[in-house]
Design a protein around this ligand. Structure first.
Ligand code: PHE
Ligand code: NA
Length: 457
């Protein structure tokens, strides 16, 4: 079982469709919610620089590697890893990369859905007009009341999981391509509008800009470096099989190098524009950049509340954030669904229902992290369930998965096979190969070891 070649998986219509799907997966809450708030927590500039270096030296080469694996294997990630290991005369153990990816996808989606639920809740609240004209402090109180209420969080978390399940059950081809084609440009335009507001109305743009781009290395700890690298994996959807699963549908004629670079650049630009739009608003309203996960949800509604047409823009913005989250969430569960349908000939509907229910249940841990289980007696290593899931997935599981993928593509697969898939000039291929075989693994390894050492010492 699972051995028959599934050319039946089908391919994307053309190169653009892969770009759209991969960009849909990459661009999400990671860019608009997580990037600003962790940048705020880790003090700005130096953190951003490390993140950008990680995108270039670690993220892009590994994203190319993951796409190569997917397109060459043409199966769901678990089966792809097993088949490619066999083809390369390596052990069956490599399929563990696929298994760990499925687990990481479940764990990430469990909290991703709760945060996307906040965006749904704010869509509703912006639409009601209740948030118009409020001060930052008042919006902050509104946010605190939302997260203090487990019933409300559960309600919106449930809605978001149902939406994810509906799209996944229909198959990712229908719906996804067109929605990404419309959502992503609109979201980008709206971020530009917000950026315009920050520049013209807050007179704190310079402060926001230098917060993001002036590099004060004295603040940089190994923990911040780990978080920056982890975020590079998280934001590019790397190390858990999402890109591998999408790569399986990529036509052979498309160039992996230029497609991957396009996606990575789009993702980075969206994150930076979001940061540039948010921080001036944060400073203008006397908020703390390190305020935590609520940063986006407090700063932007405050700005919308004082903007002409802000109510309409506000609703539209949170709808778009929810949709961007949706195009990421489906890629978090797709590797598992593709595996179950391939391995057990389970219908997509059954596989989706089963896995979504499981993820929904794990998500309750994140729901309670902000209220019933926020106390110290429910924490592990000083982290709530939500913080622990976020830390373990982004900072450990994804980099580890990515490290193994890089090693597999760089050292285990036959050079000639990879060379043919990438179809680059020899010089560029050798550059990629050096990054994939040595630079990227060494970076991940050193950052892991440094943090482990700090933790023990
Ligand atoms: N890249 C997505 C984001 O930035 C999150 C994600 C991580 C999606 C891993 C798929 C896999 O929001
Ligand atoms: Na992202």
């Amino acid at each position: 079982m699972g051995d028959q070649k599934t050319a039946a998986l089908g391919t994307w219509a053309n190169r653009w469709t892969f770009i759209l799907a991969a960009a849909g997966s990459a661009i999400g809450l990671g860019n608009i919610w997580k990037f600003p708030f962790i940048t705020g927590e880790y003090g700005g500039g130096a953190f951003v620089l490390v993140y950008l270096v990680c995108i270039a030296l670690v993220g892009i080469p590994i994203m190319m590697a993951e796409t190569v694996l997917g397109r060459h294997g043409r199966h769901s990630p678990i089966v792809t890893m097993r088949e490619l290991a066999r083809e390369s005369d390596a052990g069956r153990g490599w399929s563990l990369v696929g298994w760990m990816g499925v687990l990481a996808g479940f764990l990430i989606l469990s909290f991703y859905s709760v945060i996307a639920g906040w965006a749904l809740a704010f869509t509703w609240d912006m639409g009601s007009g209740d948030l118009m004209g409020l001060t930052g402090e008042q919006v902050g109180a509104h946010f605190d009341a939302l997260v203090a209420n487990p019933m409300q969080l559960t309600f919106w978390h449930t809605i978001f999981m149902v939406l994810t399940a509906l799209v996944i059950a229909r198959g990712i081809h229908k719906g996804l391509e067109n929605s990404v084609r419309v959502i992503m440009p609109l979201l980008f335009v709206l971020l530009i509008v917000l950026l315009g507001y920050s520049i013209v109305e807050t007179d704190q743009f310079g402060r926001g800009f230098s917060f993001l781009f002036s590099f004060d290395f004295s603040k940089l700890t190994w923990e911040a470096v780990l978080a920056a690298m982890g975020h590079a994996f998280f934001t590019l959807s790397l190390g858990m099989g999402a890109i591998m699963a999408y790569g399986a549908y990529m036509p052979k004629s498309a160039s992996i190098g230029s497609t991957v670079i396009t996606v990575a650049v789009l993702d980075t630009v969206v994150a930076l524009v979001a940061g540039l739009a948010i921080f001036p608003i944060v400073f203008a309203n006397g908020m703390e950049p390190g305020a935590g996960p609520g940063l986006l949800f407090v700063s932007l509604p405050t700005a919308f509340g004082h903007m002409p047409g802000g109510q309409v823009f506000g609703v539209l913005f949170f709808v778009l954030v929810s949709l961007a989250a949706l195009s990421s969430s489906i890629s978090l569960i797709e590797p598992a669904v593709a595996w179950a349908t391939e391995r057990f000939s389970m219908s997509r509907l059954v596989a989706t229902s089963l896995f979504s229910a499981l993820v929904w249940l794990i998500g309750m841990g994140t729901v309670f992290s902000f209220n019933l289980w926020s106390g110290e007696e429910y924490q592990l290593f000083g982290m709530t369930v939500f913080e622990l899931l976020d830390f373990v997935t982004a900072n450990i599981m994804l980099p580890l998965g990515g490290l193994l993928i890089a090693i597999f593509a760089g050292w285990v697969m036959k050079r000639s096979v990879v060379y043919k898939e990438l179809n680059l000039s020899l010089g560029r291929f050798n550059l990629w190969r050096a990054l994939c075989r040595v630079i990227a693994p060494v970076c991940v390894f050193v950052i892991f070891v440094a943090n482990l050492y700090k933790a023990i010492a």
